[in-house]
Design a protein. Structure first.
Length: 109
């Protein structure tokens, strides 16, 4: 398994999966990233990140039922695992610690 640290895009994808909860699949994630983060990403880029996060144990996936709207194809839905939650909490705390460590005068220029 590759490293367990989150890259910026992986962190955003993991957060968006959490936001979408039980409706997190490729297109919905793509739309949410663009709407909330003003970040455009191709479906293939999103799927690579999703599968990398799943390999790290931060996501789990399952297929839903086929629908006529999708031509009988099933959606691959994702959900954040406990490990993913811990990784996000760690990233958030690390960022917060760094923000707290910046002297007030550092940004006053």
């Amino acid at each position: 398994m590759k490293g367990t640290n989150l890259g910026e895009f992986e962190e955003l994808v993991l957060l968006v999966v959490g936001v979408l909860f039980d409706e997190a699949y490729g297109v919905a994630i793509q739309e949410e990233l663009e709407q909330r983060c003003n970040r455009k990403a191709t479906l293939s880029t999103i799927h690579v990140a999703l599968h990398r996060l799943e390999e790290k144990g931060y996501l789990e996936s399952r297929f839903d039922g086929a629908t006529p709207e999708r031509g009988g194809r099933r959606k691959l839905l994702f959900r954040v695992t406990k490990s993913g939650q811990k990784s996000l909490a760690h990233a958030k705390e690390m960022r917060n610690e760094l923000w707290r460590a910046i002297p007030k005068t550092a940004f006053s220029l």
